[in-house]
Design a protein around this ligand. Structure first.
Ligand code: PMP
Length: 388
């Protein structure tokens, strides 16, 4: 019988995939090694060689987060999967979830909490700022949450939220500390164990320079205790941290099939973690911090104003710039894109007000930064970028 739907014409030609310079808020460019790590043949998701690669990734993720937590693995899915896995496992229906909301990622965590039937409370802050320890203490005493959420690298505003001293307040009050490091890990200091973080997740497509698709995550002993003492099962089977922990060999038990691991993505994660181990995480962070000072100076010299006024709160891997008065922000982005350079506009409440430039991992490089500043300056101050 002839099929009634013919093969799509579009699939007869190869796709158009140009090489671009990805300086948006992610994904960033891949290194040669990471790109080619995915050329390797597929293995089965429980083959001994693949299990070894998963074990290598686990120690690499522990290094990345600076933690000895046994329950450390990578969720199959992007950064949102890390967020969902964290919130779904740490909290049960009706429990209180306190969210610091200084940009879109707090808003997203709060939204997820509401979908899960949690009692969501928020500390809402002006964009471009961070919560003080006093504000956090007040919120924790007032709401007595089971979990406090903070986005370390708020990619919608460019703020690096300070984390020192927060876990002490949390732990004195029986609260677990959950931190989103999707846009910050590897680009600025983060030491999960020293900071007393109970759950941290990230994603592969920013400082790690790997493709999007995996969300490294880690749970402290306190977090594991909370998960093991749940009255109800985690609402998701796919994101159940104890099931995933078994598959990732976190408990030293025989591995069970849970889902088909993302074989080629895991190869790329291993290559990304190996690159960080080779450079050394402290060197990687130092490079981002040194280069960002250079980049910010160049931008200011070119006549741009940075969005985050407090220098100590600026993320070293993602810069936010105020769109100058009278300039059509989208026209500038389009002009850069025509040169195969990606930068991005604002997100959520910063849309239309700022541009966001990610300089993640291998893209944190002074020569590349010089090129972006020059291209951005040309695109902004040329006649046809003015608002009509
Ligand atoms: N958290 C932060 C801070 C992010 O920047 C992003 C992605 N830009 C996410 C979470 C969500 O990640 P993903 O798009 O990979 O799902």
């Amino acid at each position: 019988m002839a099929s009634s739907i013919p093969p799509p014409e579009v699939l007869k030609n190869p796709p158009n995939i140009p090489e671009k310079q990805l300086f948006g808020p992610g994904p960033s460019n891949m290194s040669h090694e990471i790109r080619h790590s995915m050329d390797a043949p597929l293995l089965g998701h429980l083959h001994v060689e693949f299990c070894q690669i998963m074990d290598d990734c686990r120690v690499g993720i522990q290094y990345l987060f600076q933690t000895k937590n046994p329950l450390t693995f990578a969720v199959s899915g992007t950064g949102h999967a890390g967020m969902e896995c964290a919130v779904m496992n740490l909290l049960e229906n009706g429990e209180t979830f306190l969210v610091i909301q200084n940009g879109i990622w707090g808003l997203r965590a709060a939204n997820l909490g509401k979908r899960l039937g949690l009692n969501v409370q928020t500390i809402i802050l002006p964009e471009g700022s961070a919560a003080s320890l006093e504000q956090i203490r007040e919120g924790i005493i007032k709401y007595k949450p089971k979990v406090l959420f903070i986005c370390h690298g708020e990619s919608s505003t460019g703020v690096a939220h300070p984390l020192k001293g927060i876990s002490e307040i949390c732990h004195e009050n029986g609260t677990l500390l959950l931190v989103d490091t999707v846009a910050s890990i590897g680009g600025t200091e983060f030491d999960a164990d020293a900071l007393g973080v109970d759950c941290v997740y990230t994603a592969t497509q920013k400082v790690l320079n790997a493709p999007p698709g995996l969300a490294p995550i880690s749970f402290s002993e306190k977090a594991v205790e909370k998960i093991k003492n749940r009255k109800t099962q985690c609402v998701s089977f796919y994101f159940d941290a104890l099931e995933l922990g078994n598959y990732w060999n976190c408990f030293g038990e025989p591995r069970r099939y849970h889902h088909t691991g993302m074989i080629s993505m895991v190869y790329s994660l291993r290559a990304a973690l190996a690159a960080i181990a080779k450079e050394g995480i402290e060197n990687e962070i130092k490079r981002h911090k040194e280069n960002i000072v250079y980049f910010h100076q160049k931008l200011e010299d070119a006549g741009f104003k940075l969005f985050v006024e407090d220098k100590d709160l600026r993320l070293p891997c993602l810069t936010t710039i105020r769109v100058p008065e009278g300039i059509e922000w989208k026209a500038v982005i389009d002009k850069l894109m025509a040169q195969k350079i990606e930068i991005s506009g604002g997100l959520g409440s910063t849309l239309g007000k700022i541009w966001r430039i990610g300089t993640f991992g291998i893209n944190s490089d002074k020569t590349k930064m010089d090129k972006i500043v020059s291209a951005l300056k040309d695109a902004t101050f040329s006649a046809n970028s003015k608002v009509n």
